[in-house]
Design a protein around this ligand. Structure first.
Ligand code: GTP
Ligand code: MG
Length: 226
């Protein structure tokens, strides 16, 4: 017979920011809006950069958000509820990717408007996680999004605009010896100023604790401010 284990032996302590529960709640296309599940963290970036994969990695749910090898998988705003080990609840919002040239101009316009309307008006938005490919860095579309965020929230945007967390994804595809160089080349827009890039891989799990912590901090800050 084995001696009974203390609770501390049975369960690794775990981090307070860790997402221990996540569920799909709703999707919204043009003309519809998402329900209120408290503060939100949205994930934006070029098509195929790995937004949906990152949501799955962060929540530890392999197929919560739909992912795929062909760009343009996520076609609406997709909302998930989340609860951290510390008991905080919030929502994650997977945004359609931008910059996908093979779509018609009209379709791209509809998606851009969907994303812009969300970023401009969503009261619940506490932080925007902006993903860029570690191999490509910040591109014009990404800079435009950062500028849009700062500008969209009015004159006192600096005080009230949601925090932008910059993530360099697919870091597993960058040779270890050149990772630092790749990261240092990814600079925040001068007007935004705040993002400090987080290296991420949905394959190896690299970056999970740093991003998890930064999101938890952004949510705490936002709760205190409101
Ligand atoms: P859209 O919804 O089309 O905008 O794409 P997305 O940004 O949600 O990308 P998604 O998560 O669907 O991933 C696109 C492709 O990249 C898939 O084939 C993923 O398996 C792959 N991928 C995503 N993240 C990583 C990563 O960190 N490393 C590697 N090597 N592949 C990744
Ligand atoms: Mg997607």
């Amino acid at each position: 017979m084995t001696a009974p284990q203390s609770p501390a032996d049975k369960q690794p302590a775990g981090e307070p920011w860790e997402i221990v529960q996540a569920d799909f709640t709703a999707s919204a296309g043009p003309g519809s809006s998402l329900p209120d599940h408290g503060l939100e963290v949205a994930f934006a970036g070029r098509s195929n950069v790995g937004k949906s994969s990152l949501i799955n990695g962060l929540t530890g749910r392999r197929s919560l958000a739909r992912t795929g090898a062909t760009p343009g998988v996520t076609r609406a705003l997709i909302q998930f509820s989340a609860r951290t080990r510390a008991g905080a609840t919030f929502a994650l919002v997977d945004l359609p990717g931008y910059g996908f040239a093979q779509r018609s101009k009209a379709e791209r316009r509809v998606w851009a408007e969907l994303i812009e309307a969300y970023l401009r008006r969503r009261e619940q938005l506490a932080a925007l996680v902006l993903l860029v490919d570690a191999r490509r860095g910040l591109e014009d579309d990404d800079r435009a999004l950062i500028d849009f965020m700062t500008a969209a929230r009015g004159k006192d945007a600096a005080a009230t605009a949601p925090e932008v967390l910059l993530v360099a994804t697919k870091i597993d595809k960058v040779n270890r010896s050149t990772q630092q160089k790749a990261l240092s080349q990814i600079e925040p827009s001068p007007s935004g100023g705040r993002p400090r890039v987080i290296a991420w891989s949905s394959v190896t799990g690299q970056g999970k604790s740093e991003l998890g912590r930064r999101i938890a901090l952004a949510l705490e800050r936002e709760r205190a401010r409101r």
